[in-house]
Design a protein around this ligand. Structure first.
Ligand SMILES: [Zn+2]
Length: 470
C-alpha cells in the first residue's frame, strides 16, 4: 500500500507563482476538454493513449499552448478521474440491478454488459448509468501533474532543496524552494495555494528507513502524559519537549486571539463611522486565515515529530508495548471546552494513538491495549489506593512515594495478563477488584486461588486486544 506525502514550498516570488498559476490554468482547460469529450456515458472505453493519439491527429492539443509532456500527463490524470467516476456509478447501478430483478439469468446478463462497458446496448442500463453518474465536469484549475522523469531536486550550498519542473517554455525550468529535507519522488501533483505550492507524491512505507530498524525484545508499559509524550515502565520519559511545545502554542494562540479581537473592534467601529475602506482593509490584511492556518500546520507537524520520535524510542527496546487504548473516549467526561491547553492535549492523545499503531505495524512490535482504569491512582507496589499530589503518588500502606507517571506505566504493564481486569471490565468493577486485593494484602490473607495471584505475572491470558504488525 502506498501512502501520500505532501511537501510544501516556501513562498515563491510573485512572478514565478503567476507563471505556475498560468500553466495550471491552461492545464485546467485540458482537463475540461477531456471531461467534455470523454467523460460522458457514451465516451466509455477509450484509453488515455487513444485519447492522446486522437488529439495529436486532429490538432486539439495545439490550442492549449502547453508543452507535450504536460498535457499528455494531464490527459492521463483526467482519464483516471473519469474511470474512477464511472466505477463509482457502476457500484450504484449494480445495487439497482439487484433491486430491479431477482431473476438470476437477467441479473447476470446485466452485470456482464455493465462489466464490459456495454451498457448503451440495454435501455434500462443506459438509463441507470446516466442517473447514477455524477454529471462529469472538471473543477480542477490549480494543479500540475509532473511525470517522474520530468523533474529533479537539488540542494544549494545552504542545504535548501530546490525542485525544478518544466515551465510553459521548452528547456526552461521553474525552480521551487522546498521547506523539507526529503526530495519528493515519482509522479508529482503540484497544487497551487495562496502563493505556495503543495507537492503531493506517493511513497511505499515498507521502503522507509524506519521500517528496517528492528524493534526491541522486552515488554514495556507506557503512560501517556502531557509534559512528556510517554513515560515507560522502566521510568524513562520520552518526548520531553511536548509540554513546552503545547504551552508555547497555547500562549501564542491566546495572544493572537487577543490582538485579533482588538483589530475586529477597530474594523467594526470604522464601519459604524462609515469608513468601509478601512474596515475592509483590516479584514483583508489583518484578519485573514492563510497565515493562521499555516502556523497551525507547522505546530501540528512539530508535535507529531515529537510524539513519533518518543514512540520509536519505546519500540527500540520493546517487542511488546502495553498501553491504554487512547482511541477510546470516556463517556461522561466533560467536553474540552475553551481551555486551549486542554484542547491541544486532547488532540495529542489521538496522535499518540496513531503513532503507537503505525510504528508498531512498521517495525513489527506488538501493541497491546489494556484497561487503564485507576492505573494512575493505585500503588504499583502493594495495590493500595494512594494519595496523589501534583506529579507524586504517596502510598500510605507501604510508604513509597512514586513519580505518578512512572507508577502508572508500571500499573499499565501489570494489567497485561491480569486475569480479573480485562479490557472491557467496567470502571466500577475494576475499583471493587482493586479494593478487595488491597484489603487482602493488608490483612495478609492467604491467596485462595489462581485468580487472586498478584497482577504482573505475565501469563498468556486471552483477554487482551492485540494489534500486531506484519
Ligand atoms: Zn504501596
Amino acid at each position: 500500500m502506498k501512502v501520500t506525502r505532501i511537501a510544501h514550498s516556501d513562498r515563491l516570488n510573485p512572478g514565478k507563482y503567476a507563471a505556475l498559476a498560468e500553466q495550471a490554468r491552461r492545464l485546467g482547460q485540458v482537463r475540461s476538454a477531456v471531461w467534455q469529450r470523454h467523460g460522458s456515458v457514451a465516451g466509455a472505453g477509450l484509453t488515455d493513449r487513444q485519447v492522446r493519439d486522437r488529439w495529436l491527429a486532429d490538432g486539439t492539443h495545439q490550442r492549449f499552448q502547453v508543452l507535450a509532456n504536460a498535457w499528455e500527463e494531464t490527459v492521463r490524470d483526467a482519464m483516471t478521474n473519469i474511470a474512477a467516476n464511472r466505477a463509482a456509478a457502476k457500484v450504484a447501478v449494480r445495487e439497482a440491478i439487484r433491486r430491479h430483478t431477482s431473476d438470476p439469468a437477467e441479473q447476470k446478463r446485466l452485470f456482464t454488459l455493465l462489466r464490459a462497458d456495454r451498457w448503451a446496448e440495454d435501455r434500462y442500463l443506459a438509463r441507470q448509468m446516466r442517473k447514477h453518474r455524477k454529471r462529469g465536469k472538471n473543477h480542477t484549475h490549480d494543479q500540475i501533474v509532473v511525470r517522474a522523469d520530468q523533474h529533479n531536486t537539488r540542494a544549494d550550498k545552504h542545504g535548501r532543496l530546490w525542485l525544478a519542473i518544466p515551465s510553459l517554455h521548452l528547456r526552461r525550468l521553474v525552480k521551487i524552494p522546498l521547506n523539507t529535507t526529503v526530495a519528493p519522488t515519482g509522479t508529482l501533483r503540484l497544487v497551487l495555494r495562496d502563493g505556495r505550492v503543495e507537492i503531493h507524491y506517493q511513497i511505499d512505507p515498507a521502503a522507509m528507513p524506519t521500517s528496517q530498524r528492528p524493534c526491541g525484545t522486552s515488554t514495556v508499559g507506557v503512560d501517556k502524559g502531557y509534559t512528556e509524550a510517554l513515560t515507560d515502565s522502566d521510568g524513562v520519559h520520552h518526548g520531553t519537549g511536548l509540554g513546552a511545545l503545547l504551552t508555547a502554542e497555547s500562549d501564542r494562540i491566546k495572544e493572537r486571539n487577543r490582538r485579533r479581537a482588538t483589530l475586529r473592534s477597530i474594523a467594526n467601529s470604522a464601519a459604524t463611522r462609515g469608513n468601509f475602506a478601512k474596515s475592509e482593509r483590516i479584514r483583508r490584511h489583518n484578519l485573514g486565515t492563510a497565515k493562521r492556518d499555516r502556523q497551525a500546520a507547522k505546530h501540528r507537524a512539530r508535535v507529531r515529530t515529537e510524539i513519533f520520535t518518543a514512540v520509536h524510542a519505546v519500540v527500540d527496546k520493546a517487542s511488546t508495548v502495553v498501553a491504554e487504548d487512547l482511541t477510546k473516549t470516556f463517556a461522561g467526561r466533560k467536553p474540552l471546552g475553551k481551555d486551549m491547553n486542554r484542547r491541544l492535549a486532547g488532540w495529542t492523545k489521538g496522535v499518540t494513538a496513531e503513532a503507537l499503531k503505525n510504528v508498531s505495524e512498521r517495525r513489527g512490535s506488538v501493541l497491546v491495549h489494556v484497561n487503564a482504569a485507576y492505573t494512575s491512582q493505585v500503588c504499583s507496589g502493594c495495590g493500595a489506593f494512594g494519595d496523589r499530589s501534583g506529579d507524586r503518588l504517596h502510598c500510605t500502606v507501604c510508604g513509597v512515594v512514586w513519580q505518578a507517571d512512572v507508577n502508572a506505566a508500571i500499573n499499565v504493564l501489570q494489567r497485561h495478563g491480569d486475569p480479573d481486569t480485562t479490557l472491557h471490565t467496567p470502571y466500577r468493577a475494576v475499583k471493587q477488584i482493586l479494593q478487595a486485593r488491597a484489603n487482602r494484602h493488608r490483612t495478609r490473607l492467604p491467596v485462595q486461588d489462581s485468580s487472586q495471584a498478584p497482577a504482573g505475572r505475565r501469563a498468556n491470558y486471552p483477554n487482551r486486544s492485540v494489534t500486531s504488525g506484519k
